[in-house]
Design a protein around this ligand. Structure first.
Ligand code: HEC
Ligand code: HEC
Length: 258
């Protein structure tokens, strides 16, 4: 699985035009960060949320060279909601372009091969996802609410959550464990903690609050999100990812008409 992904990534980089070839891995990473900070709120984490534009796949409403995209990033498109970003250097704009070009071939491969309807059936059935996750009010609160996960994460990140959940846990999803004075250990999703107190959702979905001074021990714990690499086949993973990508909290129509 991992080597297949690397191969796709390599193909993407090779197929990319001259400029992206000169971009270093660092440039691309920098571009990815800038994209997440300045662009994803409108274009979506995969860059495909605005009708007719799919930045992640290099699909534009018209033919655009790297230099023209960088120019659009810095100057915006007058008389449209596409804003200028004057504080951004041309250099950084080119890093974003390099990032977008580098993802062109590797992105969507997973989700594009999946069927959201089948993914939903797996999510609610054999995947047992609703034991821990909630979507639009249905399911459990043990794990994070996934109602708008398609707005927050890229398809590749969602796939990683299923295959290798420990790789990257969002700060808001961290697990915390406390041991009380009578030696009871309670683990749950951390809601909040400060110098004196800690609040978490225990495994019965109850909100629990503790005074740190009363505890024998407390600290971050391992996530309970299982890996589904063995349980689900490649096609089933693709189906679930395409279902997750479709979860955008609000109707997609609301976002595509600028
Ligand atoms: C406030 C929302 C918003 C933000 C932030 C934003 N865009 Fe846009 N962008 C749009 C809209 C809306 C359009 C379509 C404009 C039009 O009607 O032609 C667009 C158009 C574009 C186009 C032209 C695509 C084409 O097919 O002609 C590119 C390229 C682009 N955006 C890249 C970016 C990048 C890169 C960033 C981050 C630096 C970014 N945008 C930030 C809303 C936004
Ligand atoms: C035993 C409980 C449990 C089950 C079952 C479970 N998850 Fe999770 N999941 C978690 C927890 C806890 C987290 C947060 C910590 C982490 O990211 O590892 C999480 C995180 C995630 C994330 C990342 C969320 C983010 O904000 O990035 C996704 C996506 C996800 N799960 C999808 C699924 C899907 C799809 C299934 C079913 C195939 C599933 N989970 C089954 C507990 C579970």
């Amino acid at each position: 699985m991992r080597s297949a992904k690397m191969a796709l990534l390599a193909t993407g980089l090779l197929a990319a035009p001259a400029m992206a070839q000169h971009a270093t891995a660092f440039d691309i990473e920098d571009g990815g960060r800038a994209f997440a900070n300045s662009c994803a709120n409108c274009h979506g984490p995969d860059g495909d949320l605005i009708a007719g534009i799919d930045l992640g796949r290099g699909l534009f409403r018209r033919e655009l060279s790297d230099a023209q995209i960088a120019d659009i990033i810095v100057n915006g498109i007058p008389d449209t909601p596409m804003p200028p970003t004057p504080r951004m250097s041309e250099q950084q704009a080119l890093h974003i372009v390099a990032y977008l070009r580098s993802t062109t071939a590797s992105q969507h491969v997973v989700a594009a091969n999946g069927d959201p309807g089948r993914g939903r059936a797996i999510f609610e059935g054999k995947g047992t996802c609703t034991d821990c996750h909630r979507i639009n009010g249905l399911g459990s609160r043990l794990g994070p609410d996934l109602s708008s996960i398609g707005l927050l994460r890229r398809a590749a990140e969602l796939e990683q959550s299923l295959l290798d959940p420990a790789a990257e846990v969002q700060p808001a999803n961290r697990f915390y464990s406390v041991t009380t004075a009578n030696n009871e250990t309670i683990t749950g999703r951390l809601l909040n903690h400060d110098t004196f107190t800690v609040q978490l959702f225990d495994t019965d979905e109850r909100l629990r609050s503790f005074l740190k001074a009363d505890l024998l021990d407390h600290g971050f714990a391992e996530s309970t999100m299982p890996s589904f690499g063995d349980e689900l086949g490649t096609q089933e993973i693709a189906d679930v990812v395409s279902y997750l990508v479709s979860l955008r909290g609000i109707s997609i129509q609301d976002r595509t008409t600028p």
